[in-house]
Design a protein around this ligand. Structure first.
Ligand SMILES: C[S@@+](CC[C@H](N)C(=O)[O-])C[C@H]1O[C@@H](n2cnc3c(N)ncnc32)[C@H](O)[C@@H]1O
Length: 345
């Protein structure tokens, strides 16, 4: 798990937001969402504000509870969460066929956990693209500590309009990030533009599955909890992502919800009935401890006002994700490998 401690968590809450503004940022963030009266159109129109507020508020919680890579993983028996996360990243690198010296783009890179691992695994140079300035500051520091700061860098920009010329990268990947896009076709089209012809794009997408029934109020509640807890405008169906990929011009090599093949479910760490020593902070006892610690730190003024509210909506997210996973109406690992044709017709 992460090496960050309670003080890092407290000081990090709010990211680049002024500490006195954290509580009002939580208010504004929550109001974007259905469970607080918000509307999809508003979330889409204001996606940059919503996403930046979300990641400023939650990044130190993610790092404290989950580690440097902010994603789930397909998991085998006997594997720790950390091992499964790394293997999930290696799988992506192998699918892309990365070769030493290649120039790769990580779309929506978080604080760069996957970027550092994949770059060391494949001897490639990776650029992390991220809209959130606080995460980039953390990522640069962690790249320096890991010694990959000469080969990997970060660019602060929106993946809907990237500041790169056409045909810039040998490979592109996105891990649980393009679900934040207000329009998935627009996002894939932009990825297509910056990828060199004949090269590959691979991703793990957050999606609703075919089992999702939009007329079922319980399914809608679960979807809304995940959107609130994870800063999302609208979780799309797997079929919608596949269609958008093809529409953007990609040739789809293969695609599958790989959660289906996972021996241990990806949501196991969120299940409070499960105990794990290596992921103690995610267990029921660990979460109880974190909640009370955050409450105490907010009370004495070490953590900004609003910190406990962040912990609460993250717990809501965990409930939604767990229910969505158990009912198989949601997946965080709809995988696809796609290729930009060598010559465009
Ligand atoms: C769940 S995190 C995943 C981070 C990273 N891929 C990982 O697995 O650790 C989603 C990331 O997407 C980034 N993001 C969301 N919307 C974005 C946008 N419009 N442009 C660029 N990055 C964006 C967020 O700032 C965040 O870093």
């Amino acid at each position: 798990m992460s090496n960050t401690g309670a003080m890092d968590l407290a000081f990090g809450v709010g990211g680049k937001i002024e500490k006195v503004q954290v509580l009002s940022a939580v208010d504004k963030y929550e109001k974007y969402h259905v469970l607080h009266g918000g509307e999809e159109e508003d979330r889409k129109a204001n996606y940059t504000d919503m996403v930046n507020k979300y990641y400023d508020l939650v990044t130190s919680f993610y790092e404290f509870g989950w580690g440097e890579s902010f994603h789930f993983a397909h998991r085998w028996k006997g594997e720790s969460l950390r091992e499964s996360i790394k293997r999930h990243e290696h799988f992506l690198a192998l699918q892309l066929g990365l070769k030493p010296g290649q120039k790769v783009l990580d779309v929506g890179c978080g604080i760069g956990g996957p970027l550092r691992e994949i770059s060391r695994f494949s001897s490639t140079s990776i650029t992390g693209l991220n809209i959130n300035a606080y995460q980039i500051t953390r990522g640069k520091e962690l790249n320096r500590i890991a010694g990959v700061d000469k080969t990997c860098d970060f660019v602060k920009a929106d993946f809907m309009k990237m500041p790169f010329p056409d045909n810039s990268f040998d490979a592109v990947y996105a891990i649980e990030a393009t679900c934040h896009a207000p329009d998935v076709y627009g996002c894939y089209k932009e990825i297509y533009r910056v990828l060199k012809p004949g090269q590959y794009f691979a991703a793990y997408e957050w999606c609703m599955t075919d089992a999702f029934d939009p007329s079922n109020p319980e399914h809608q509640k679960i979807k809304a909890e995940i959107e609130l807890g994870d800063g999302l405008p609208d979780i799309r169906l797997t079929t919608k992502c596949l269609e958008a990929l093809k529409q953007a011009g990609f040739e789809v090599i293969w695609e599958k919800d790989i959660a289906v093949d996972s021996v241990l479910p990806w949501y196991l760490p969120l299940d409070t009935s499960h105990f794990s020593q290596s992921s103690f902070r995610l267990t029921a006892v660990g979460r109880f401890f974190t909640r009370n610690m955050v409450k105490a730190m907010e009370y004495v003024g070490i953590a900004p006002k609003g910190s406990l509210r962040v912990q609460e909506f993250l717990e809501k997210a965990a409930e939604g994700l767990l229910a969505g996973g158990k009912k198989e109406i949601f997946t965080p690992m709809y995988f696809f490998l796609a290729r930009k044709p060598a010559s465009e017709n």
